[in-house]
Write a protein that binds this ligand. Structure first.
Ligand code: PGA
Length: 237
């Protein structure tokens, strides 16, 4: 099972270091087999010496090693910190930062070429959800166009846009239905994301075809994130 924390634009270098070290300590103490992922802000990346089941990854990068892309971070900079996992296609990059599908596919292919784990995010906006499941799946499959579903280190996160950071979680039935349809074509781990909290994480992890969660807001508190790892570990996976 995968429990991933997306810090977005929160935490400092110092608090990230504390967070990572507490998660690491806990994972070692219980001999956790849960795959924990932590995506801090880029300025907090570092060479963390941590348990093999934990990775500190990048929320974003520009699809280049080096070059003239003012304000961007390339792979040479990520590799300095041993980054081996990246987020691609997060809804905030798509909708708030206006990243188009062409750039997203370019990022995916670049990261794939580098051989790192890619946590690829998809999800529909509210009006699409209101139009029903067929509209949702058409929208979501469109987000996979140009994406290699056979990439060995692909992890998919289904995150309805209207559920992200809003406190509104998709219903268990809706999550189950989408994951089942994704599973028909995708053999890689499938995560759910969108207002995952301590009081719903256990039920979400129990959903068929759900291999983990991508958590924003609720993950920013160390205790909560650790509790989520514990919940997943107790499921004996
Ligand atoms: P949220 O964010 O848990 O705050 O809804 C999820 C995400 O953006 O991955």
């Amino acid at each position: 099972m995968i429990i991933a924390a997306n810090f977005k634009t929160n935490h400092t270098r110092k608090s990230t270091r504390e967070f990572v070290s507490r998660v690491d300590e806990y994972a070692k103490k219980i001999g956790s087999s849960v795959e924990a992922r932590i995506y801090p802000v880029a300025t907090a990346l570092d060479n963390f010496e941590i348990d093999e089941h934990i990775k500190v990854g990048a929320q974003n990068f520009y699809p280049t090693c080096t070059g003239s892309f003012t304000g961007e971070i390339g792979f040479e900079q990520l590799q300095e910190f041993g980054v081996d996992s990246v987020l691609v296609g997060h809804s905030e990059r798509r909708h708030v930062l206006k990243e188009g599908s062409e750039l997203i596919v370019e990022k995916f292919n670049f990261a794939k070429e580098k051989g790192v784990e890619i946590l690829y995010c998809v999800g529909e906006p509210k009006e699409v959800r209101e139009a029903g499941i067929d509209a949702v799946m058409t929208y979501v499959w469109e987000q996979f166009s140009g994406i290699d579903l056979e990439y060995e280190r692909l992890v998919v996160a289904y995150e309805p846009v209207w559920a992200i950071g809003t406190g509104l979680t998709a219903s268990y039935e809706d999550i189950k239905e989408v994951l089942e349809k994704l599973r028909a074509k995708i053999r890689k781990p499938l995560l759910y994301g969108g207002s995952v909290k301590l009081d719903n994480v256990s039920e979400i992890l129990d959903i068929e075809n759900c291999d983990g969660v991508l958590v924003g807001t609720a993950s920013w508190k160390t205790e909560t994130f650790i509790e989520m790892i514990k919940t997943a570990q107790n499921k004996g996976d």
